[in-house]
Design a protein around this ligand. Sequence first.
Ligand SMILES: Nc1ncnc2c1ncn2[C@@H]1O[C@H](COP(=O)(O)OP(=O)(O)OP(=O)(O)O)[C@@H](O)[C@H]1O
Length: 269
Amino acid sequence: MRPPHSVARIDGVDLHFSRGARSVLGGVTLGFGTGEIVALLGANGSGKSTLFRLLLGFLAPRRGEVRLDGAPLSTLSQRDIAKRIAYVPQGHITPFPYSVREVVTLGRLPQTGLVRAPDAEDRRIVETVVARLGIERLIDRPYTEISGGERQLTLIARALAQGARLLVMDEPATGLDYGYQIRLMRHLSDLVADGHGVLVSTHHPEHAMQVATRVAILQDGLIQADGAPHETVTPERMRRIYGVEVEMFDDPFGARRLAPIVERRRDPL
Ligand SMILES: Nc1ncnc2c1ncn2[C@@H]1O[C@H](COP(=O)(O)OP(=O)(O)OP(=O)(O)O)[C@@H](O)[C@H]1O
């Protein structure tokens, strides 16, 4: 039986970091739930990570509200939050040579607490998620000695081990080679197919077009658009956010794509 639908939502949230400073977010509303991949696009510094930190309860809004499955985040303990929503940080590295197994087992903390040691069921869950992401061969390797792509998959495995249905991923494709980027998109689709919900920030509108069920665009402290990828990602918006000209086209399989227009310099004759 499928677990119930789970939803995270921020409503009319304002946030600034210090008194008198400009608002990073000014009246932002955005939600996501199980069964969807929402891609969050926005230029560097537009507030994507800040929005994630609000959703995870690491920051409190000055105005507005954040709710998880209908309950205000302020009424939930960090442990209750972690059982429902898991975070995959951007380019995480630790100086300690924990094994991949140990890093993934840390994901069980919200379930085990600090007192109980991981038991056979925890170990089974860790091995299952590691196998699911295809990194079994790395399980006893030090996390500090695996590649960036392998670390990213380890962090996704850690988030899955947490048992949360909602996953927030901060630019997971950063630094990944082409193969890992494609495999990552497949993993995201598989996760949603089995009842997870994913909110993922990305600097690749192409990825958002390929994998997302919805795309939200953050600019000037507001969600400027939120809807189906082919309606949200438009040449006009790409110009406004990134200052780049793009062309939209339908590929032979009927999917909408975009490509940047790169002017080639002519070699002198
Ligand atoms: N702890 C902080 N104190 C003060 N300002 C901060 C803090 N964290 C972030 N900011 C500022 O808030 C703004 C939004 O930052 P944030 O990291 O959320 O952007 P982002 O969209 O995730 O950027 P990127 O795409 O570069 O990762 C930036 O101007 C940043 O300098």
